[in-house]
Design a protein around this ligand. Structure first.
Ligand SMILES: Cc1cc2nc3c(=O)[nH]c(=O)nc-3n(C[C@H](O)[C@H](O)[C@H](O)COP(=O)(O)O)c2cc1C
Length: 411
């Protein structure tokens, strides 16, 4: 028998963690081949089954094919002592439920978490892909169609179903896609994430430099731009660590946040993590100077004049850019005048790969929802236009991905 060759998109699966979910449908026998193909493509596979699925195929088959224990019960003290269900949900870079029964789609559409697989789907932030497989009448039923639409509107990927002969003897739409077609479709999902698998370290927000135990020097940065960049990098498939100065913003979903106050703390947090990151994006408005001798007690207002001696803070971005074999570096320049000249000069002086420059002052830049950015590389200039910070962050991530691809460092 000829072994079918993997589609070119399968390359995007290499090293990825794929959680295969199996529900109670006759097509479950094809999932054994799917698991094999995913592993051939270099993915690490774990399998979770519904109770109905194990009436169709044996967990032992999938244990042998995936090389890992198969889970099917939610309330399982022994299994939870190993890789617990939340850990498994976090482990997944993608969840592919194949076959996805009509019943399972209804449970997902309703947000139920009444068994292990539906709980995993609800507890995971990874892309969720479903390969519906059912009798043609079940598929075209308004309830199933309604559920499929609701799931698609939430960003769930629906692979198929195909049309053709069905196990029940009928012909029509409802067949599960073939394993190779599913490998191809999942590969496309990963390939569309331009920073898939990349480690990205981002700084955001202001820093606070203590004058005494109750007072500090800071700036007007809200952190919104950095948080938006963290969210956009995560959406592009990156693993994101966000080192954040004090802000009132919630941590973006799926992003690990490390809170700091001062420039020195930010410096330490960045250097703790920088060795494992491939892209460093410095959006934080780090104070250039800090009080040389912060008072141990609250400063009293005795004197008519008070001088505060300031000393230079470490330049986090320049230090990261100077690292031998350091990450791809992206800095931000907020300027009140001569934007292009200052931005280009800053890029060169600090030795960073890209500088995203924005005009501040006169109501522009800080503490606002929108912004205007121009990105300068050594040879390229991209005007990202004026937009909401989240949209600008998305455009910036696209340019970073372009620059990395041009450099030939695609994963
Ligand atoms: C022999 C047999 C075959 C079935 N095949 C399918 C199927 O292909 N697709 C489907 O949606 N349901 C099918 N069902 C019904 C499901 O097994 C049933 O809805 C079950 O509740 C699904 O549970 P689960 O979604 O938790 O796996 C079949 C049932 C039987 C008895």
């Amino acid at each position: 028998m000829n072994t079918p060759t993997l589609p070119p998109t399968a390359a995007a699966l290499s090293g990825r963690h794929v959680l295969v979910g199996i529900t109670g449908g006759i097509a479950a026998y094809k999932s054994a081949d799917l698991v094999r193909r995913l592993r051939e493509a270099g993915a690490q596979v774990r399998v979770a089954m519904t109770e109905a699925a194990i009436a169709f195929v044996s967990p032992l088959t999938f244990q042998a094919l995936s090389g890992a224990p198969v889970r099917h019960t939610l309330i399982d003290a022994d299994a939870e002592a190993g890789m617990g269900h939340i850990e498994l949900a976090r482990w997944a870079d993608a969840i592919l439920v194949a076959p996805a029964s009509a019943d399972f789609m209804a449970r997902l559409a309703g947000g139920l978490a009444d068994d292990l697989l539906s709980t995993l789907c609800l507890a995971s932030e990874a892309p969720l892909c479903l390969a519906p497989a059912m009798n043609r009448v079940m598929w075209k039923h308004p309830a199933t169609q309604d559920n499929a639409q609701r799931l698609a509107a939430r960003g769930v990927h629906l692979f198929g179903p195909a049309s053709g002969a069905q196990a029940c003897g009928e012909t029509g739409a409802g067949r599960m896609l073939e394993p190779m077609q599913l490998v191809d479709a999942l590969g496309q999902v990963f390939a569309s994430e331009r920073l898939a698998g990349r480690q990205v370290l981002i700084t955001a927000g202001p820093t606070r430099e203590a004058l005494d135990p109750v007072r500090y020097i800071s700036n007007r940065s809200s952190g919104r731009m950095g948080y938006a960049v963290a969210e956009a990098a995560r959406a592009a498939g990156a693993r994101v660590v966000l080192v954040s100065g004090p802000t009132a913003l919630p941590a973006p979903a799926g992003v690990e946040r490390i809170r700091v106050e001062s420039a020195q703390q930010m410096h330490r947090a960045v250097f703790d993590r920088v060795a494992s990151c491939e892209i460093f994006i410095a959006t934080a408005a780090v104070a250039d100077y800090r009080p040389a001798h912060p008072a141990e007690q609250k400063i009293k207002k005795h004197a008519d004049r008070l001088s505060i001696e300031l000393i230079r803070n470490p330049d986090i971005l320049a230090e990261v850019a100077a690292l031998p074999k350091g990450p791809f570096t992206v800095g931000f320049a907020a300027e009140t005048e001569e934007l292009e000249r200052h931005a280009r000069e800053k890029r060169k002086r600090k030795g960073v790969d890209l500088i995203a420059a924005n005009q501040v002052g006169n109501g522009l830049g800080f503490d606002r929802e929108d912004n205007a950015l121009v990105v300068y590389g050594e040879h390229d200039v991209w005007d990202l236009g004026t937009a909401d910070k989240r949209e600008l962050a998305r455009r910036l991530i696209e340019r970073i991905a372009d620059a990395l691809e041009k450099r030939g460092t695609a994963p």
